[in-house]
Design a protein around this ligand. Structure first.
Ligand code: ASP
Length: 323
């Protein structure tokens, strides 16, 4: 009798799980963005969410859960039901947080299913409109003489702008005063208003301001120049030899999300990355979708693991930690 009951329970569990996955999705899906609206992660998320909506036949709704350098949102999704209705778009911060944070309330590997990579966005070093420095050499001079009187905006410990600033300061051997925001969308507003001096941010947020002459631009953080900003030197060319940060983005679901639900999300992501509107907007913003082979759970997991290993010694050498 007991055996029979156990077998029936197992069949019931398989049927229920299978049925849930089969009909998926039957309602809106929430895509959690770990930074404020109007910033670069938000821009990428909204473009992808719109294109995934077409592929999934259900609306992918964007929700901004900003705070703690992007770790608040990751913590929320780590604890969400593993049913595919709450997913997370995050960036390079998922690979730096495990080293930067002494007490991270989630595990980036064991609490998430990877869905696929999305895009690699270059960063750019920009300054407030009235800043006198005309090029990177002059920024360097300015920062070296003014030191902590120079303010640098970032999106909190663990954000890409934090990482870029940390590398800049340790390479230049100078400390600036860091002003944290909930995202670089709001930081850009303050930079435009002259409240902060410098910021390093994805070209997905800075391209139109640079092209419109609204901010000073000093260089991009990739090894080669960015096509849509070809007049702008790389920081490596400008004198910071070997300086390189590109902000990779990936989609995550809570651990235990059924494999066939993850497969549907991966297929929708791949369709979104082939969407002409996404390709064109990404190109305008200085980036491009990853190759289809990268928009897979395995490629994403490999990237996450290798990036954790890559950043750990650099962060440890910089000696920057948060609680
Ligand atoms: N660009 C930000 C960062 O520094 C985040 C954002 O607002 O998208 O990570």
């Amino acid at each position: 009798m007991r055996k029979w009951l156990l077998a029936a329970a197992a069949i019931y569990a398989i049927t229920v799980t299978g049925a849930a996955a089969q009909g998926y999705p039957t309602r809106n899906i929430t895509m959690v963005i770990p930074f404020a609206a109007g910033g670069p992660t938000d821009t990428v998320g909204r473009l992808i969410a719109e294109a995934m909506t077409k592929a999934l036949g259900q609306t992918v709704v964007v929700e901004n859960v900003a705070g703690a350098g992007g770790t608040r949102a990751a913590g929320q999704v780590a604890k969400a039901p593993a049913d595919g209705y709450q997913i997370l778009l995050h960036h390079i911060g998922m690979s730096t947080a495990p080293t930067l944070y002494r007490k991270l309330p989630f595990n980036v590997i064991s609490d998430f299913e990877t869905i696929g990579l999305v895009t690699d966005a270059p960063m750019s070093l920009i300054g407030k409109p009235g800043l006198e420095a005309k090029n990177f050499a002059e920024v360097l001079q300015y920062v070296k003489t003014q030191k902590d009187k120079v303010s640098y905006g970032n999106a909190g410990v663990g954000s890409a702008s934090h990482l870029c600033g940390m590398l800049l300061m340790s390479t230049m051997g100078v400390q600036m005063t860091t002003i944290p925001y909930n995202g670089t969308g709001p930081a850009m507003t303050d930079l435009l208003g002259g409240q902060i001096d410098l910021m390093c941010d994805q070209t997905t947020n800075t391209t139109s301001q640079i092209k419109g002459g609204k901010v000073k631009a000093y260089g991009v953080t990739t090894k080669t120049r960015v096509k849509s900003l070809s007049d702008l030197p790389t920081l490596d060319e400008a004198g910071l030899k070997g300086f390189e940060v590109a902000v990779w983005h990936g989609l995550y679901a809570p651990k235990g999300t059924p494999a066939d639900v993850v497969a549907k999300l991966t297929a929708a992501l791949q369709a979104a990355l082939k969407d002409q509107k996404v390709i064109d907007r990404f190109a305008d913003l200085g980036t491009e979708p990853v190759a289809q082979a990268e928009a897979t759970p395995a490629a994403h997991k490999k990237k996450l693991e290798s990036e954790i290993a890559r950043w750990r010694p650099l962060i440890q050498a910089a000696g920057v930690y948060a609680d």
